[in-house]
Design a protein around this ligand. Structure first.
Ligand code: BEZ
Length: 304
């Protein structure tokens, strides 16, 4: 059985008609019918009920149709992913969540560019879930995100666990002291979380940190992105829990305060296509660890 057989069968099942399926495949109808017959002979089961118009699938046919569609989608994915790996020598396309841009990402990229000037680096701001799709579509080669989602085609390395901090309006009574704040304080606050979609997202990470501690904020407002959450904090609409690197944003109308809870953390993740061990990605990982060493950040070293 070859991919061609799957393509032919899926066209017949989708169109429910041999003539239309043949047109879609740009082949004549007799060879199409022969291929479907060969497929049924090889499998030893009927996939299409004899003499039905429009074409009706047997139970085995419906099963085969669903799995054939999945296999064809995987084959298409393999094609784009391989083409991207082949091109990676000259370009490195990076997907990142906004918070990393206020932290170490610029420093890491500057160092990478200085060491590997031959590589053209491009950027895409994407949520972690969008990064997974962009990796599979060949749009990016590496994603820096925060959500620990599982995907059989993606390899994920947790680079480090970053501490969370609270962002407050400058006029907030708790902003006056630089003492660390307790998450329990949120019980009397409106909490702004982001991004609203796609889920799961950093919003769910923050909400699960709170639910694990049985802390319920006075009110929760979901907003589209980090910049909006911080803008609304500045406007006095509420407070936000953000990774400490967001302090790099430097605004005079928002203050950031450490949390007393050392276990309130968010991971920084390095995601790549599974089995993609291109030199450029290995060099990127090495640069990240060098930056961590220079900044005195603790981490567990992994290899691609
Ligand atoms: C970090 O903050 O640890 C980080 C940010 C961007 C890329 C890699 C690491």
């Amino acid at each position: 059985m070859e991919l061609r057989h799957l393509r032919y069968f899926v066209a017949v099942a989708d169109e429910k008609n041999f003539t239309r399926a043949a047109e879609r495949l740009h082949i004549a109808q007799p060879p199409l019918s022969r291929q479907i017959q060969q497929l049924e002979e090889e499998l030893g089961v009927e996939l299409i009920e004899k003499g039905t118009r429009p074409v009706k699938l047997t139970e085995a046919g419906a099963f085969f149709h669903a799995h054939a569609q999945e296999l064809l989608a995987k084959a298409a994915e393999l094609k784009t992913m391989t083409q991207r790996v082949g091109k990676i020598e000259r370009t490195l396309s990076i997907g990142f969540v906004a918070s990393t841009l206020y932290g170490l990402l610029p420093r890491i990229v500057r160092s990478y560019r200085a060491q590997h000037p031959e590589v053209e680096v491009t950027f895409h701001e994407l949520t972690t879930m969008q990064q997974i799709k962009a990796l599979k579509d060949g749009v990016i080669d590496v994603g820096f995100g925060r959500v620990k989602s599982e995907d059989p085609n993606i390899r994920r390395i947790v680079l480090r666990e970053e501490r969370l901090v609270m962002a407050l309006p400058v006029a907030h009574p708790r902003a006056a002291s630089s003492d660390p704040l307790s998450l329990v304080d949120l019980q009397s606050e409106t909490l702004l979380v982001y991004p609203k979609t796609p889920r799961p997202s950093f919003a769910d990470q923050v909400l699960s940190v709170l639910s694990e501690r049985a802390i319920v904020p006075l009110k929760i407002i979901e907003v589209r992105e980090l910049q909006i959450a911080i803008g609304l904090v500045a406007a006095g609409q509420g407070v936000a829990i953000v990774p400490e690197s967001v302090q790099g944003m430097r605004r005079d109308d928002v203050v950031f305060r450490a949390l007393t809870d050392r276990h309130a953390v968010s991971p920084v993740m390095f995601s790549v296509r599974k089995l993609d061990r291109t030199e450029e990605l290995q060099k990127m990982l090495a640069v990240i660890y060098d930056v961590y060493d220079a900044a005195g950040i603790s981490y567990i070293r992994e290899t691609l």
